[in-house]
Design a protein around this ligand. Structure first.
Ligand code: SAM
Length: 220
């Protein structure tokens, strides 16, 4: 089964750089971006007894979360399907020698240099994975090596869901992002051998983006 094409491929550095400059420029987008940093910071600070200080940021995009990860003293493995994004990430002015950036697909096992990470950060990918099989595969990659995972998905119980559906219907277009029923997401997490420790909505009732902290499921 193939991933949907709803995420942009960013084949060229120029398109990645344009995206980095423009994506979070508007007032509402800046508000969203600020709240995302606060939620990531909060969830990454959750205690993890098996933490070795190494985190994999996948998909890393152009490095929105790199300063936060360094502030929290992580050794970072930055991975993205787009080589252009990986190149932009690596060009970060404070990119540390101990860190590395590499092309990788979350639907396959991680490259050797990232495999030992005890934490994973996965922001703004799951709304592009339209089929449960793909989401379970991605959850298995993220949660391998008994990783604690901080990630986002779009929950369908919000005004965002209905307003987006209405807007797209009026424009005669299909909704490109996948919003998932809470019960379905919970079942997928369980099938991947994980459990939800915390769940926080970006803007409750208004925005579909939902942050979760996942940990390996304890044996029954
Ligand atoms: C919306 S961006 C999010 C990037 C970053 N997490 C952030 O929040 O700024 C989505 C990214 O997912 C990457 N991507 C899409 N499918 C992927 C896959 N199967 N494995 C790894 N990265 C993928 C795209 O190249 C793109 O850079």
């Amino acid at each position: 089964m193939q991933q949907s094409r709803s995420t942009r491929p960013f084949h060229r550095p120029a398109s990645g750089r344009r995206y980095a400059e423009r994506r979070y420029r508007g007032f509402f987008q800046r508000l969203v971006a600020r709240r995302e940093q606060a939620l990531a910071s909060h969830l990454l600070a959750h205690p993890h007894p098996e933490c070795n200080g190494h985190i994999v940021d996948i998909p890393c995009g152009y490095g929105r979360f790199y300063p936060l990860l360094k502030q929290q003293n992580f050794k970072v493995s930055a991975m993205d399907q787009s080589q252009a994004m990986v190149d932009i990430y690596r060009e970060h002015e404070n990119f540390a020698d101990a860190d590395h950036a590499e092309q990788a697909d979350v639907l396959k096992p991680l490259p050797a240099r990232a495999a030992g990470a005890s934490r994973a950060l996965c922001v703004r990918l799951f709304q592009h994975l339209h089929h449960p099989e793909l989401r379970i595969k991605a959850l298995q990659t993220l949660g391998a090596n008994r990783r604690q995972v901080v990630m986002t998905y779009y929950d369908d119980a919000s005004l965002h869901y209905w307003s987006k559906r209405l807007l797209m219907r009026l424009k005669g277009k299909k909704v490109r992002v996948k919003m998932i029923r809470r019960a379905d997401f919970e079942s997928e997490v369980e099938q991947a051998g994980l459990q939800i420790i915390k769940r926080i909505k970006l803007f409750p009732g208004l925005h579909a983006q939902t942050w979760v902290l996942l940990a390996p499921r304890d044996p029954a």
